[in-house]
Ligand binder design. Sequence first.
Ligand code: KG4
Ligand code: ZN
Length: 336
Amino acid sequence: MLVLGIESTCDETACSLVIEGKQILSNVISSQIDIHREFGGVVPELACRRHIDVILPIIKEALEEGNRDLADVDLIAAAHGPGLIGALLIGLNAAKSLALAIKKPFIAVNHIEAHLYAALMSLPAMPSFPCLGVVLSGGHTSILKINSLGNYAVIGQTVDDAIGEAFDKAAKILNLPYPGGPRIEEMASLGDPYRYSLKPGNVKGRPFDFSFSGLKTAMLYLARGQNGVGPMALNEKEQCDAAAAFQCAAFNDVIEKTLAAASLHRCQTIIFGGGVTNSQTLRRMFSEKENELNFLWPSKGLSLDNGAMIAGLGYHKFMLQGSDTLSLEAQTRIPF
Ligand code: KG4
Ligand code: ZN
């Protein structure tokens, strides 16, 4: 079964062809970083306009790269949320229109679930469930118990900023361009994580929840003085040290809560998903901390938003429950 997957939840327009949820024939991603960079974050109206401009060329490119015609496609999958409403509508309506035009079934998938599925795509077989799922992206930070594909229970989540969002805001404070995560990682590699003491928050009575807004504010005061609006107070070396302290604090918090949740819920396998899992530092820190657990990370090109994870999960969802109707609507928020 050949699945065409479309992703347009935020600032990437992507399309991919995947066979049986596994074999990726093409994975075309058009990033909008260039248009959002000058604003230091995603501007929804600009994102929508760019999605409209590139959606059809990207679908065409994915078909060409995969050496297939539209007529070869058996199923059309699209992310229906969570995400920006205008952005979602473009990918979703493109998918529905294609399905209608070529008379093939349509399936909608949850973008966050798809991020977790990305780490399973290269495995010869599914891991034995239950597993722990850890979503670390620009819009979400959650720890989940995965009982089976499609069956999740939330163990913890952020009560304020998502971890990627916190990295992007910290980067902005340090005058680094959007998206901030990779730039913080670069600067942190030159810095001393112990020079400054930065701490993420804990949520009373909810040991697996996250709070990153205090960490971001601590970075603001460190770099811009106690009123938070002064000029840069740190020299170049101190900025690297601040980046290292921020990254170390955020990642140690994730590691601590993930390992405690894995132990409490007796999960041997941890599945990671989302743009922040692109960080090689995070992967190294996890493996240095614990080597008895089975860590599953997305392969290269599948951490950030992409259409392959949508097509891949779409295949399994279709096999489990059949197609969705074309009246299915976009959802900016989807509770697990
Ligand atoms: O999953 P994603 O592509 O989009 C959402 O679904 O939100 O994640 C994008 C996020 C951005 O906030 C970006 O700064 C972060 O992933 N990110 C990183 C790194 N690479 C990307 N954060 C920390 N370290 C990185 N190396
Ligand atoms: Zn994402």
